[in-house]
Design a protein around this ligand. Structure first.
Ligand code: RBZ
Ligand code: NIO
Length: 351
């Protein structure tokens, strides 16, 4: 259901970039990014339309999906589950890191309760609750098939509403105490890796807690006997309500052939599931940063993608994705506005 990226305009875009007044390729990854984005934005355009077109980011939105995790009661985080809801209130009142970055950079923010411990009454929070926390996944599946399906449906509707508002760049963030344990379990199951390879310190837990996370994931992998080729089973068994929304939203954006800015460890676990469900989805993804969570670098290597930024961040919330917006805008500005050798009457340099 997700179309492959049509590469018809690829040579035209490359040539346009090559004829700009600079040594060939000297804007490095910015040129690669410009080409990628212009190809996405020009899908279905006839050659003449595309040749005359300027491309820009319109009405970008970052949606933060929040959900609580049954596994959190095993003490896998520095914080208790209650902090998820407290942070949702913080998102709603504009005080969290993602709020500051979104305001500064020009993202619109959606705050989505996908199933935190206790609902909060706040008109800025979208109610997409699939339950009140997932089940502890080392003992039973994190959620039912119906909850998973409902999450996908919710995400699809959210993306449809965003597209109606003219949004053409999507970022997704998450908040959910315990969700690095869930993301590591997903990574282990999808790539048949031992938990030792995939588990990290999350919010900054001790080495002892890292070992506890590994043992819980081992127990879960034993219990569920997950098939690395069955991403839905993996998501239902060891995922989270916010992760379900992320996967569903990524698939919906890719189906609409718009770009997705992928954030850190948890968002990349969601991206890997989406790609496993629909391989073409990867062609609409831009990987914003490499987080400091051990395992994220391995995920990016496994996907064979290069992130735009490496700032030693390990927060989530969509913060790394948010920071990449100015780079996206710069890439498009170079494509749109930079003079060619002939326009500027500069002798074309070769080599
Ligand atoms: C105050 C606070 C704000 C956060 N914002 C994002 N996270 C991040 O940390 C959590 C994942 O780490 P773990 O698996 O170790 O719990 C997620 O909620 C993630 O978004 C936060 C965590 C805390 C404590
Ligand atoms: O990489 C991330 O996105 C991350 C790392 C630690 C905690 N929360 C999120």
């Amino acid at each position: 259901m997700i179309p492959a990226l049509d590469l018809t305009h690829s040579d035209f875009v490359q040539q346009k970039l090559d004829l700009k007044t600079k040594p060939l390729g000297s804007l490095g990854k910015l040129e690669v990014l410009a080409k990628h984005l212009v190809l996405i934005y020009s899908q279905g355009m006839p050659k003449e339309t595309m040749a005359a077109q300027l491309f820009s980011v319109e009405n970008p939105s970052v949606s933060i999906f929040a959900g609580d995790h049954g596994i959190a009661s095993e003490g896998v985080s520095i914080a208790p589950s209650e902090v998820t809801g407290q942070m949702v209130a913080n998102f709603a009142s504009g005080g969290a890191a993602i709020c500051v970055l979104a305001r500064q950079l020009g993202w619109r923010l959606n705050i989505v309760d996908c199933g935190i411990l206790k609902p909060i009454q706040n008109s800025h929070v979208i109610d997409n609750r699939l339950g009140a926390t997932t089940a502890p996944f080392h003992l039973q599946p994190a959620m039912s098939e119906a909850q998973l399906a409902q999450g996908f449906d919710n995400a699809k509707q959210l993306v449809a509403a965003e597209l109606d508002m003219g949004c053409n760049l999507f970022a997704f963030g998450e908040m959910g105490i315990g969700n690095t344990t869930s993301a590591a379990a997903i990574f282990s199951a999808l790539c048949s890796l031992k938990p030792k390879e995939t588990v990290g310190q999350g919010t900054g837990v001790s080495q002892e807690t890292v070992v506890k996370k590994q043992l819980l994931i081992e127990q879960a992998l034993d219990l569920h006997q997950l098939d690395s080729n069955d991403p839905k089973q993996i998501l239902q068994s060891v995922g989270g309500f916010e992760i379900v929304h992320m996967v569903g939203a990524m698939l919906a954006v890719a189906e609409a052939q718009k770009p997705i800015l992928v954030d850190g460890f948890i968002a990349t676990a969601a991206a890997m599931l989406a790609i496993s469900m629909a391989p073409n989805a990867k062609q609409y993804m831009v990987f914003a940063h490499c987080s400091n969570e051990q395992g994220h670098k391995k995920m990016l290597e496994w996907l064979n993608v290069e992130p735009l930024l490496q700032l030693d961040m390990r927060l989530g919330e969509g913060s790394g994705a948010a920071l990449a917006l100015p780079i996206i805008q710069s890439a498009l500005a170079i494509y749109n506005d930079m003079a060619s050798f002939s326009q500027a009457q500069v002798t074309q340099v070769v080599g």
